[in-house]
Design a protein around this ligand. Sequence first.
Ligand code: SF4
Length: 450
Amino acid sequence: MERIVVKVGNVALGSGGRCLVQTMCNTPTQNISESLGQCTKLSAAGAEIIRLTTQGKKEVEALGIIKKKLLEKGILTPLVADVHFSSEVAVAAAKVADKVRINPGNFAKDHQRAVKEFSALTALCRDLGKPLRIGINHGSLGEEITSKYGDTSWGMKEAAMEWIDMASASGFDQLVISLKSSNVLVMVSAYRMLYEEFVKRGRCYPLHLGITEAGNSDTGRIKSAVGIASLLKDGIGDTIRMSLTEDPFNEIAPASFIADYFYNDLNAKGLSFRTDNTGKRIGSKHYECKNWEEFILSVSCDFGPLLLDREIDDVDISAQIHDCSGQNNLENFRTDLLQASRRVFSKPEYIACPGCGRTLFNLEQVFEEVKRRTSHFKGYKIAVMGCIVNGPGEMADADYGYVGEGKNRVSIYRGKEIVFRGIPEQEAIDKLLSLIGEDARNKDVLPNSL
Ligand code: SF4
């Protein structure tokens, strides 16, 4: 099979070897000193590619200055411009950034315009020697695709193939593809279908893997590890991002751990299996780990794919963790792993974006507060999203959503419907709680997830 190698600044994707680790700044790109500081810190921590949000031409200009200042400091880490809703901005960004990420679901108003403007963009990128990422998100598939395939893994794969074919028609192959979803099963099956199509056609493009809106803390890490590991174990994936609703610095160590785990062929070693007297297939292993994070990532990489693919039904894990605060709980971890692998749902499912330069409130703090106050709504899908531009689309199938709408304003959603628009931030969590509580009392408005 032909493997397309894509050069992104000083690194190459698709040439085999260890997966590259990437992340995204959550600073406003126009704030040059803050963004420069964050890029410097992320690069020192091991980020091999860094993305910045570029809503408009001012952010593109700022990205150019950040890049120049990084180079002056001897930092060569490639910078990627993240573009939504403007092919014009994508064209401007291609002249400055090492790679441009576009989202086909919002690249242009209609299909005809998308074809024309994408062809102009690929022609420019070919001349400049710049690659593009076709970044498909489950929550923001275009109307054309959802009307034909629904918002399914199949639709995600078809959308990717459509844009790959458009690029091929203009003789452009410097593409990286991602098919992200906050649902691990949807994400894994979309990449597998796309990879099968690549094999069928005999041409494989580099794949960027990640679970989008994975949330934070243990659950965000476990969910991301299960999704990414399910693909890496099959040899699918060239670069990974662990999207956490935390400081992006915190994404680097767990993503690097996963990349190394598979590169050093440490996964799925020393596992044993048995069937219990109820017929359940149980996977077990004793772990010796440096710390809790290493432990949860190792187990998620080993057993997450087996749970997701229904090869086992449960796990029986023991561990010696050398540096452990003692507050971590194996049983709690087991329930998180079963939920991330979509086998047993015993808690609410949270969808939270990592935040970026578009976020105008303290997303991490709000998300923690929403989690604390909604923890009893077992089986509900509750989203906390940083902006109104991409948030409502990206939270896809959430039952309820808290979406930032400018400074100190929030909108509260029930599914795709706005119930409270632009309310003050101080009232927003109470309103969300009262809406969920009222719906729970009114049997006619039960959320889809239940
Ligand atoms: S949804 Fe979150 S990560 Fe996505 S653009 Fe908005 S603030 Fe940024």
